[in-house]
Design a protein around this ligand. Structure first.
Ligand SMILES: C[S@@+](CC[C@H](N)C(=O)[O-])C[C@H]1O[C@@H](n2cnc3c(N)ncnc32)[C@H](O)[C@@H]1O
Length: 239
């Protein structure tokens, strides 16, 4: 079961149980929020895989209570939900949010990319990597695939006049056989699946480069420090 579904189930169960307790003792709504926070925190410690889920569960009922008491039209919440989904849609499937490669990372990445190579950015965000390559390394044939609609649309306009190939779609539907370099800045979650895909599809001698995230039990051939405040690294595997 995904962590997002767990969140919904834990919250709903805690809300129902808290509603029962509050109605029996005739407590005010604030006690309902406190009870939900405590119950869902216990659920998070038992069923989620990161401590920060506990924080989200604890804060959520108070924000809900606040939102119910604010004079805001409920359609705004629907609009905010749709907007979030269109920007961060990949989070629900692969737990990969949107954050962008910085210029230090791109310079180090470019040093790894041979002259005239074909490169694909898997989960290409707003097209930052492709825009950088079309400007500073026009010899490289660049391609990108992005699932979330708003980043894809931004990339679409940004790259409209360039030679970059910009696709809307799922990383796991892309054929990697045609690329010399595959770049991925995703999250720990899809890395094993990505490694299996790379081994099956990429040609011998081609490079898989991950920004920041390891592949369990597959040591990279090289690790390059990006030198940013996060201590990020590029990990390079030769297929
Ligand atoms: C961390 S961002 C990296 C953006 C860009 N590659 C860069 O380095 O600036 C990861 C992106 O991958 C996208 N993503 C996540 N899962 C995806 C999938 N299965 N298929 C396509 N894109 C996906 C997310 O929507 C997000 O925009």
């Amino acid at each position: 079961m995904t962590q997002a579904l767990r969140f919904v189930l834990i919250q709903l169960s805690a809300m129902l149980l808290a509603a029962l307790i509050v109605s029996v003792f005739k407590w005010p709504a604030l006690f309902w929020a406190v009870s939900v926070a405590v119950l869902s925190l216990l659920g998070a410690l038992r069923w989620h895989d990161g401590k920060w889920w506990g924080l989200i569960h604890t804060i959520f009922p108070f924000l809900l209570l606040l939102a119910l008491n604010l004079p805001i039209d409920s359609r705004w919440y629907l609009a905010a939900l749709l907007l979030s989904w269109m920007i961060f849609g990949g989070v629900l499937r692969n737990r990969v949010p949107l954050y962008l490669s910085n210029s230090q990372a791109l310079k180090i990445l470019a040093d790894q990319v041979p002259e005239g190579a074909r490169l694909i950015d898997l989960g290409a965000g707003t097209g930052t990597v492709l825009a950088w390559f079309t400007r500073y390394r026009p010899d490289v044939y660049v391609s990108g695939v992005e699932l979330a609609w708003i980043p894809w649309l931004i990339g679409h306009f940004r790259l409209a006049k360039s030679t970059a190939q910009w696709q809307h779609g799922n990383v796991f539907a892309a054929d990697l056989a045609n690329y010399d370099v595959v770049y991925a800045y995703l999250s720990p979650e899809p890395m094993i699946q990505l490694w299996e895909k790379a081994k099956n599809e990429m040609r011998p001698g081609s490079l898989l480069i991950s920004n920041s995230f390891d592949i369990p039990n597959a040591p990279p051939a090289r690790v390059l420090d990006i030198g940013d405040w996060k201590g990020s690294r590029l990990l390079v595997w030769t297929i």
